[in-house]
Write a protein that binds this ligand. Structure first.
Ligand code: WTA
Length: 649
């Protein structure tokens, strides 16, 4: 039997959804009458600029939610909170790496957003135009996103850790005409020169008319006359009066690029009303948000978690959301605990990778701080191993805070599987039960549900409001990637099992996506970067289990005829991939080999390589392998592997 933790009695007594029966009732209601369920919530929870009459138009795989209504995401995140006392509530608490502090109330946030939106209008930008946001974790990122939403510009936030090359790919795919950036951002005491990357990217992007630059650190940068404008200059001359535009529910709110199974990133398209509804509802259902809470999600706004759970979800719910610009271990490993103590954080949402690194640093760091304000803890991005779960529960939560292990994806827009903390007992390592309105299943390769306890593919059988609507300018890939494998259902790309209690245990990706520290990397993207290097002939990237990061990235590569294999070259290539994609994609290990194992038809057998780095031994089916000697040779490279081979001989 898996260990189970019932909701703490004190928590349950005050919870929005209290007790398992209340959860079951909600779930049953949504299952029986999904349109009535979502329609009712949408009317009560969102402010409409024109009411809708239709809830769902479902022409699989295309959904439209609340299609004939008009709404504005920025209005729902900001304006509607100004009517009462909430206008003086802190919307955003910001802390910089050097302990700088800024607090924006809802009213002040409104003022800044309206001014910035007006400035964009004055520059000629209109609903439907695309803007790239390439900013550090500062309030201006939120202001830029909300200002775009206010006038219907479709934004695409590019994580500030991405390289100029990755930035350019996204600008091109999106046909963006505007870039919003800063001079630089800060990380572990170093300045990351964002504007310099933008300049490199824009050298070859004639479609971008304007680049707006926020002066954050005062780093020396070049401004290109005609194209580049200072944020502050624009704000200075801009009016505060800027009504939120009434946009159709299905107006795209943003495109967020994520890794897929090819080298080209996928532009996941989210639209307005459904996305907003579900990200806001999960603030209530999963985080059990209360008016007075201080809520902190440690993600970066460059990832979907930052979109849904730093900006749109919390602000739509009228929460106080904390943003921290720097590294978790800066200047010392207790920075997160310091922040929790300083701001009296109540709800804390982070990743298993972060938790595992805290464990490694030792209990003395959290023990130095008063963490008694914490009421609930969350985890996202990858499976959390039970040992890390328990440490989080005891050492950070003092044994009194429920933990919500939240399963979702860039594509799903909001949390879909997670315990309602006052209702559902947790089992460490399981994301537990689906939220109301979500109908998952675990199936075999033929699409048949597998019995309890068995592993299969995780699918979703019913559309949900915050689902992505398509891939930007690639509807065919949308259909093929997600909807073709199990007709009528959405394929998540994850493996899972469901236990006898109906709990879901998500096991990880089954496609060519590697999850490194909760960041999705496509093997193809890494391989394409490798072969762009003049020394490399072929490359194959695989994941290997890693104690801290969940998975580590290992790349096998062959070199061109005239090139010598050497440890120096391997090191150079690690740096190269880091430059081509971004530092977070730097491989943990590069193995330069004589040949890669291939099938008779010439396909690289990644499965064998994966097995090799995972177990240092190759079993499984090798009948399609062209040259078994290649695998033996590869295995002989590592010491442990050699021993294993000898044993099996
Ligand atoms: C994985 C991040 C297990 C999963 C929100 C999914 C998880 C991918 C969990 C999406 C969890 C996310 N337990 N696995 N609680 N949360 N994943 O798009 O493999 O960056 O498909 O979205 O992360 O990653 P993405």
């Amino acid at each position: 039997m898996d260990e189970s933790f019932a909701p703490p009695a004190a928590f349950q007594a005050q919870a929005r959804v209290s007790g398992i029966a209340a959860y079951q009732k909600l779930y049953a209601e949504a299952l029986a009458h999904p349109e009535a369920f979502w329609g009712d919530l949408a009317r009560r929870q969102l402010d409409w600029l024109q009411p809708f009459t239709r809830v769902l138009d479902w022409d699989s795989p295309h959904a439209q939610w609340f299609a004939d209504g008009k709404i504005n995401a920025c209005y729902n995140c900001v304006d509607r909170h100004l009517a009462g006392w909430r206008r003086n509530k802190a919307a955003i608490l910001w802390e910089g790496e050097n302990f700088e502090q800024r607090i924006l109330t809802y009213q002040e946030l409104h003022r800044k957003v309206a001014k910035f939106a007006n400035a964009l209008k004055k520059l000629g930008y209109r609903a439907g135009d695309r803007a790239i946001i390439y900013l550090p974790m500062i309030p201006e990122a939120a202001i830029a996103m909300l200002a775009c939403a206010r006038i219907g510009l479709i934004h695409s936030v590019v994580f500030a850790g991405f390289s100029a090359e990755a930035l350019k790919t996204r600008i091109d795919d999106l046909e963006a005409t505007l870039v919003i950036t800063a001079d630089a951002g800060r990380r572990r005491g170093r300045e990351i020169l964002l504007k310099r990357n933008v300049d490199a990217a824009l050298a070859d992007c004639p479609g971008v008319r304007r680049c707006i630059v926020y002066q954050h650190l005062g780093a020396g940068i070049e401004m290109k006359p005609e194209r580049d404008l200072w944020w502050n200059d624009l704000m200075f001359g801009s009016s505060e009066v800027c009504p939120a535009e009434a946009l159709p529910s299905e107006h795209p709110l943003y495109v967020l690029y994520t890794s897929g199974t090819t080298g080209k990133p996928k532009g996941v398209v989210h639209t307005t009303a459904g996305y907003l509804l579900q990200s806001q509802m999960s603030m209530q259902w999963v985080f059990d948000l209360r008016e007075e809470d201080i809520y902190w999600c440690t993600a970066d706004i460059g990832w979907v978690t930052g979109h849904s759970y730093i900006i749109y979800g919390p602000l739509a719910a009228g929460a106080t959301t904390l943003m921290y610009e720097g590294a978790p271990d800066w200047p010392e490993p207790d920075r997160f605990w310091r922040i929790i103590e300083k701001y009296r954080v109540n709800l804390f949402y982070t990743s298993p990778t972060a938790i595992r690194s805290f464990i490694r640093q030792g209990d003395s760091w959290p023990q130095k701080h008063d963490l008694s304000s914490l009421r609930l803890l969350g985890s996202v991005g990858e499976p959390i191993n039970p040992a890390a779960w328990k440490w989080y529960h005891e050492t950070i939560g003092g044994g009194r805070c429920p933990i919500v292990d939240t399963w979702w994806q860039t594509e799903t827009g909001s949390i879909l599987i997670a315990p309602l903390p006052g209702a559902v007992a947790a089992k460490p390592g399981s994301a537990t039960l689906p939220l109301p309105g979500i109908v998952p299943d675990v199936v075999d390769a033929a699409g048949q549900p597998v019995p309890a306890g068995q592993q299969g593919f995780l699918i979703l059988r019913q559309p949900w409001p915050s689902m992505f609507r398509t891939l930007y300018r690639d509807d065919e890939r949308f259909r093929e990637n997600y909807w073709a494998r199990f007709p009528g259902a959405y394929f998540t790309g994850d493996a899972a099992r469901r236990d006898a209690d109906g709990y879901y245990w998500v096991l990880g990706r089954v496609d060519d996506v590697i999850n490194v520290s909760g960041h999705r990397l496509s093997t193809m993207e890494v391989e394409s970067a490798m072969v762009r290097h003049p020394a490399v002939a072929e490359a194959a990237a695989v994941g290997r289990p890693h104690e801290l990061k969940g998975q580590a990235l290992v790349v096998f590569a062959t070199v061109k005829g005239h090139v010598q294999r050497s440890p120096e070259l391997a090191e150079e290539l690690r740096g190269w991939v880091g430059q081509e994609i971004g530092g977070f994609a730097r491989p943990d290990e590069i193995r330069l080999v004589e040949a890669l194992p291939k099938t008779r038809s010439g396909k690289i057998m990644r499965r064998l390589l994966r097995e090799l780095v995972t177990s240092a031994r190759v079993a499984g089916d090798t009948t399609t392998l062209e040259d078994y000697a290649v695998i033996l040779q590869l295995s002989q490279q590592g010491k442990e592997e050699e021993e294993l081979l000898q044993k099996s001989e």
